[in-house]
Write a protein that binds this ligand. Sequence first.
Ligand SMILES: [Zn+2]
Ligand SMILES: [Zn+2]
Length: 252
Amino acid sequence: MILADCHIHSFFSSDANLSIDDITHKARERHLEFFTISDHYEIWSHEGYTFHPEERCFFLLEKQKLFPGLLIGVEIGEPQENPSLLQKWQNLPFDLFLGSIHVVKNMFGPHSEGNFPDEEVYRAYFSEVKRMVETTEIDAVAHLDFPRRYLGSYFIPWEILDEILTIMIERQIALEINTSAWRKGISASMPDEAILRRYAELGGKRILTGSDAHLLDEVGDGIERAFHLARELGLTPGFYRKHEFIPLVEKE
Ligand SMILES: [Zn+2]
Ligand SMILES: [Zn+2]
């Protein structure tokens, strides 16, 4: 079995401080054939929170020469706020654009003012995800039911979700199984198994497995479990190289 962890944060993320060499050694120890450095780049954020894209790409390219399993990704937050950015970045040596919604106006995220009913927050969140998959050049969607990490209740607006999954399948955008929820004491997968099943039912195949590691011990955490979950549901785990999806299992 070949495993890939497609979502790891290094010192280029403001909320992590892992060196590339330490990540590489840990990836080897955990038998990861492929691992993608996917640092935060937040569109909404002020400068200083984010890295310089060209400099980081060329730094990581040098590391890639030493460690061929290393892939160059980015976890881009709220890309729908600036869709032309990813078009511009097509010229840089990125392997993966991982799209995330971390912030929804004042309803959710660091500027949240609270007091919104959970259902309303979930609807607003998924509407932003829909805008992201419709309008940007992302390769995959990270932690699709992210508000679950923060809200007391769980709610899926299926009418929006079906549209999101249909667009993703048409545009060949992969869905991530993010294993951080298991570490944070949520027994369900992220996204929930019901969403993964619906993705498969609608014809979806492409799955990325990502630990969302910010600490060394989290590199590769839960990846084998996520791989098996994808296979059980008839989905195809893989990774991206130069924006091309490479399956880790024989084609079905
Ligand atoms: Zn994220
Ligand atoms: Zn992340």
